[in-house]
Design a protein around this ligand. Structure first.
Ligand SMILES: [Ca+2]
Length: 177
């Protein structure tokens, strides 16, 4: 029994070490690539947002077929990019300025709390031309948080309405982590 117990311990030690090393490597990788910039997640200067930052919002660019797409990234929750009636499918693409690793995208609908799409799809791209579908989820009142099934390394993120909601799609601000 003693030998067996000792063997178990000996077997466990290297495994644990490998796991710790792998975990450390992932942590370092996420820190170096994923953050793009090092920032506190609970940053009161960002209006108390619970979501971290990838690249400075001021460096982002946005395009889309909805009204005033710039309002989706102006750092002001009181302003919003709003879908024009009859535009279908509505979409919005954010250029983060450089490739970042992330697995969470958040659409804050701001004052138009019912301005969520019934179904919303997320695509990503490295060059802004070829996009890959990453996930489709149901929109939510007030805030639609989209947790991607896998981490994605990408520079461009496109949100596209699959099924419109009762109110015009409204994006007060976008967040990524
Ligand atoms: Ca805004």
């Amino acid at each position: 029994m003693r030998v067996h117990a000792a063997g178990t311990i000996l077997n466990m030690k290297p495994t644990g070490g490998i796991h710790r090393a792998a975990s450390l490597a992932v942590t370092i990788g996420v820190f170096l690539i994923g953050g793009c910039i090092d920032s506190g997640i609970y940053d009161t200067e960002e209006g108390g947002s619970l979501v971290g930052k990838l690249t400075p919002r001021e460096t982002w660019k946005v395009t889309g077929n909805i009204n005033e797409p710039d309002k989706a990234i102006d750092g002001n929750l009181a302003t919003a990019a709003v879908n024009v009636e009859g535009v279908n499918p509505a979409w919005l693409t954010v250029d983060l300025g450089k490739q970042c690793l992330f697995n969470l995208a958040v659409i804050d609908h701001g004052r138009n709390q019912y301005g969520f799409a019934r179904r919303i799809a997320v695509y990503t791209s490295d060059d802004g031309k070829e996009f890959t579908h990453r996930h489709t989820v149901s929109g939510k009142r007030r805030v639609t948080a989209i947790l991607l099934p896998h981490f994605v390394l990408a520079r461009y993120v496109r949100f596209q309405v699959v099924s419109p909601g009762d109110k015009p799609w409204s994006i007060a601000e976008l967040f990524f982590q």
